[in-house]
Design a protein around this ligand. Structure first.
Ligand code: ADP
Length: 476
């Protein structure tokens, strides 16, 4: 599990807080329970002390202290009831003290005598080796008598401690179980609450400039997530609008530039026909024509890219043999290669059937072959290979040219990127050829990649799924 995920952090915090709350609650419960049980026990002992005072001590002036011990034994049987009863006279003489209790929980001889100068009843907890003893004490002076007595009734605190220990044990077992159930429940709830976030993230990953018309799923929960998905969709709409208008601008601008450039070219060609021109003017006209051609190429490239961005290439999808298309294109371009005495070797497997726009895929082969021929020195070799690999068609164009430096490889498919402005410009490139290749490939669901060794040559590889045997289906 990812320890930085929101669900993990929320559940960890929740578990931590819950543990603190449970422990505090448990400690308070134990504290209150102990106080309650002890107060209850002391209350019972105090009532018994009052009984002894009111019934037995009250009669002492008449009957004397001698009968006291027997009466206490008879009426209260302290040993059998595991209780301490002690009656002490004001001068410190113990008139009666019960013996060891039956359960042997304490030794009455070890219970210290309290100082009892105070007059009201009081209680205390005497700590003895066997455990604590809760003792209620009542100073009493019988009516008609001159002596003051202290009646003490005590009981061992061990049963209370035992009860508390049992409650503690129950808590020690019950709290982790309750905590575990609460944490698991919390985890399930958090996961459920965050599921829409995962869906939003997944969908957002899928949205690129090519499918900006798609929207994120709106979770109908009425909470922050619903508002977030609506806000993100509004943002995508705004982005779509501005990207569309900039695409439209490029398309319109390149379209508008096309005609004046054609006219300009025509005019310049017509001017160049003039036989009376000075050679210097003719040269200038020649270089102007070259520049106009380059400009026209850029405009055509931009137009092609803006149409591809608009998804135009998806309109004419058919099944065709990629090997056949590549071989015939190479054949058509052989003149260009012959000019530089470059040998184009074509190795084509049979029946490499793919789906797509044939004209666009031809453009891919043209652009790649054109580059391969352009950047290969005279007398070199360009190899074109079309094979099938599993369910894919593989188109490879390898040359023995100048190659592409390693640091330039990630950029060559970017618009207007040229490895070396001077060398490309000399050859007439504007840095749009490979961008067009990439756009066409991505519109066809194909991947294009390049490997190159400077000075040795480059290899462009395109991988496209073979058409399956069913009917042609245009991509969404
Ligand atoms: P251009 O039209 O300027 O050639 P591309 O988009 O076709 O633009 O290519 C981009 C850059 O990649 C070019 O500047 C060129 O230097 C380099 N490049 C493309 N293909 C090859 C190749 N086969 N061999 C060497 N360099 C190449």
């Amino acid at each position: 599990m990812n320890s930085r995920s929101l669900s993990f952090r929320l559940v960890t915090w929740y578990a931590g807080l819950l543990t603190v709350v449970f422990v505090l609650l448990g400690a308070l419960t134990l504290l209150f329970l102990r106080n309650y049980l002890e107060a209850n026990l002391l209350d019972i002992q105090a009532r018994r002390a009052r009984q002894i005072a009111d019934t037995l001590l009250a009669a002492v002036p008449r009957t004397g202290e001698g009968a006291l011990a027997r009466q206490v034994e008879e009426l209260y049987s302290p040993e059998a009831n595991d209780r301490l009863i002690r009656i002490t006279r004001g001068d410190g003489h113990v008139v009666y003290a019960s013996q060891r209790p039956k359960d042997n929980n304490f030794d009455p001889g070890q219970v210290p005598l309290p100082s009892w100068s105070r007059s009201g009843e009081f209680s205390r907890k005497a700590l003895l080796p066997g455990g604590a003893l809760l003792v209620a004490a009542l100073p009493y002076t019988p009516a008609g008598g001159s002596e003051r007595y202290l009646v003490e009734v005590g009981v061992s605190n061990s049963p209370t401690e035992g009860t508390l220990r049992q409650v503690l044990l129950m808590m020690a077992i019950g709290l982790p179980v309750a905590l575990g159930v609460a944490v698991m429940g919390g985890f399930v709830l958090v996961r459920r609450a965050l599921r829409p976030v995962e869906q939003l993230g997944r969908k957002a990953e899928e949205i690129t400039q090519h499918n900006l018309s798609e929207r994120l799923p709106v979770v109908q929960t009425g909470d922050e997530l619903e508002r977030l998905s609506i806000s993100l969709n509004h943002m995508i709409s705004r982005l779509e609008g501005s990207i569309e208008s900039s695409k439209q601008f490029v398309a319109d601008a390149s379209h508008e530039l096309r005609t004046p450039l054609t006219v300009l070219r025509g005019e310049l060609e017509a001017l160049a026909q003039d036989g009376q021109l000075r050679s210097q003017t003719r040269e200038s006209l020649g270089s102007m024509l070259e520049e106009v051609d380059r400009l026209a190429e850029v405009v055509e490239g931009l137009l092609a890219l803006s149409r591809l961005d608009a998804g135009e290439s998806r309109a004419h999808w058919v099944r065709f043999d990629l090997a056949e298309l590549a071989a015939s294109t190479a054949d058509q371009m052989s003149l260009l290669a012959e000019d530089k005495s470059i040998r184009v070797v074509c190795e084509a497997a049979a029946d490499v059937i793919v789906e797509g726009d044939q004209a666009r895929m031809k453009q891919v082969v043209v652009n790649l072959l054109d580059n391969a021929i352009k950047y290969t020195p005279n007398g070199g070799k360009v190899r074109l290979k079309i094979t099938r690999e599993g369910t894919d068609a593989l188109l490879e164009i390898a040359d023995e040219g100048i190659g592409i430096p390693q640091q330039a490889l990630p950029h060559v498919f970017k618009r207007f990127y040229r490895v070396d402005g001077s060398r490309s410009r000399e050859q007439g490139g504007a840095g749009l050829g490979l961008s067009i290749v990439e756009s066409i490939c991505s519109a066809h669901g194909a991947q294009v990649e390049v490997t190159s060794i400077p000075g040795k040559g480059s290899l462009f590889r395109i991988r496209q799924s073979l058409a399956n045997n069913s009917t042609v289906h245009a991509p969404p």
